[in-house]
Design a protein around this ligand. Structure first.
Ligand code: AHR
Length: 510
């Protein structure tokens, strides 16, 4: 039996709600069809946004949405996407399938979407192929309330009041699709471009995100910080609020992007290999975070993991440039494990966006015409929503053992605990073993006798169980009652291959 001792007497960092963020790119059927269908569509919509998708995302409590890319961001010229739709430029989406991008979803539509979702905004600017002036004018267009050419243009296009830009990315993957730059060159460009991302009087400051590393490219993190740091130290707020990190889990091969492996058809060995690879996130955060600590020991710059998740082969018969993949219990475990890891590093990780929100990569929602289904990953985000904004609690897990084996050996369980403002403690677990359940004794250090289980939920199934348009509820969050309060604490039985949440409250007597 495993034992989890939770120190509910000492609250750690607040878990930023933005750790539960999402990413939407002009890629495949993410924006078009997945989110935006236009006002004249037969699919029920409000101002062009599909109502079923917006409702599902609100229920999941989506806190922040990154847009318009990804690689697309460094080729996006925002002026193509404003003004009457009929007159908007049609361009080629060179990165993603060479399709025609008609720019019918642009700045106004993005802010309308975020209004409907009630979420924070994260706009990613174009440093790779755009000018400083273009970036600066976009910020002016979006956020300036006074008299200026861009504010007037926004008004002419029907939006009197400025919007709030909560986060602004100064380029994306500038070590790759965003310009193939070297760290010191990018960092100098960052210094220049961010200067003109203005905070206009009266507005809440825009949090600026600097392009960080791919996976374990620690030289990028160090190189960028070395070049930027004299500035960071002097004007930390307003110069750099976040440094990004991208890490995708390729199931089949380490780095051969032509053979990533099926999303649904995989062996036990590949299952464990995928989890082990994804578990690398823990090391990546520690090591990139360690470099950041050298420059910023006060942890004022957030590590923003604004692209993560499983990247598998596309579903057979679909456009390879659209990155459409199914989503199984394996994805649910990867999601639950990573979210537990992000929570554990809540002092440094201030935002994370799983890639991508609808129909692309590890999506929470899949659509087919007017049909929509929620994936296992959706149910994990829904289950974990109670952690958003709660205080992280420290603890120690003992005797849980390992799963996998050989080169794929990893801890059998991952966990996280937090306490919300009403005093409810949320504990989430992932059990990575395909064969073995686990009995966990939950012990609180403070006032243990007065706590009982308020509610519990579980997501479980075979390793490749997934939802289809014919069977949309095969994998979903279900009520969980495999717990019992005894003299020594609360005993919880985790099924194999599962994600579990139990919520503890004082004086409810069970
Ligand atoms: O999410 C798909 C792509 O992956 C993004 O456009 C890019 O930033 C990353 O390489």
């Amino acid at each position: 039996m495993a034992k989890l001792v939770i120190n509910n007497g000492s609250k750690k960092s607040t878990i930023a709600p933005e750790i539960y963020g999402h990413f939407s790119e002009h890629l495949g059927r993410c924006i078009y069809e997945g989110i935006y269908v236009g006002e004249n569509s037969d699919i029920p919509n409000e101002n062009g946004m599909r109502t079923d998708v917006v409702e599902a995302l609100k229920e999941m409590r989506l806190p922040v949405l990154r847009w318009p890319g990804g690689c697309f961001a460094d080729e996006y010229h925002w002026m193509d996407g404003i003004g009457p739709r009929a007159g908007r430029k049609k361009i080629i989406n060179t990165h993603w399938g060479g399709t025609v991008e008609d720019n019918s979803f642009g700045t106004h539509e993005y802010f309308e979407l975020c209004r409907q979702l009630g979420c924070k905004t994260y706009v990613n600017g174009n440093l790779g192929s755009g000018t400083v002036r273009e970036m600066s004018e976009w910020v002016e267009y979006m956020t300036f309330s006074g008299v200026s050419p861009m504010a007037e243009l926004r008004r002419e296009n029907g939006h009197e009041e400025p919007w709030t830009v909560d986060y602004f990315g100064v380029g994306n993957e500038n070590w790759g699709c965003g310009g193939n730059m070297r760290p010191s060159y990018y960092a100098d460009e960052y210094r220049r471009y961010q200067t003109y991302v203005r905070n206009y009087a009266g507005n809440a400051p825009i949090a600026k995100i600097c392009c960080g590393a791919n996976s374990d490219d620690y030289a990028w993190t160090r190189g960028v910080l070395e070049t930027c740091f004299d500035h960071c130290e002097a004007h930390l707020h307003g110069f750099m609020d976040g440094l990004s990190l991208h890490y995708y889990t390729l199931p089949e091969t380490e780095d051969d992007w032509n053979v990533k492996g099926s999303a649904t058809d995989f062996t036990d060995e590949v299952f464990y290999q995928t989890l082990k690879r994804s578990y690398r996130m823990e090391e990546l955060i520690r090591r990139h975070g360690g470099i950041m600590d050298e420059f910023d020991p006060g942890k004022r710059i957030g590590l923003m993991i604004d692209e993560w998740g499983i990247w598998a082969d596309v579903e057979p018969g679909t456009n390879p440039g659209f990155l459409y993949q199914q989503n199984t219990m394996r994805d649910a475990l990867v999601a639950g494990m990573n979210l537990n890891i992000f929570n554990a590093h809540a002092d440094r990780v201030k935002l994370a966006c799983i890639a991508q929100v609808v129909n692309v990569l590890q999506a929470v929602i899949l659509t087919d015409g007017e049909q929509m289904i929620k994936t296992p990953t959706y149910h994990v985000f829904h289950m974990y929503r109670h952690h958003q904004g709660a205080a992280l609690l420290a603890g120690e897990l003992m005797h849980a053992g390992t799963a996998g084996g050989g080169k794929n050996e990893l801890p059998k369980l991952s966990w996280s605990a937090s306490e919300d403002v009403s005093g409810v403690i949320t504990v989430t677990f992932t059990n990575h073993s395909l064969e073995a359940g686990e009995d966990v004794l939950l012990a609180l250090t403070e006032d243990p006798d007065s706590y009982g289980v308020l509610e519990g939920s579980v997501i479980a199934g075979a390793k490749n169980a997934h939802n289809t348009f014919e069977e949309p509820w095969r994998v979903c969050e279900q009520a969980f009652d495999a717990y019992e309060k005894r003299g020594d604490g609360i005993h919880v039985t985790l099924p194999p291959c599962s994600v579990v949440c139990v919520r503890l409250k004082k004086d409810i007597g069970n």
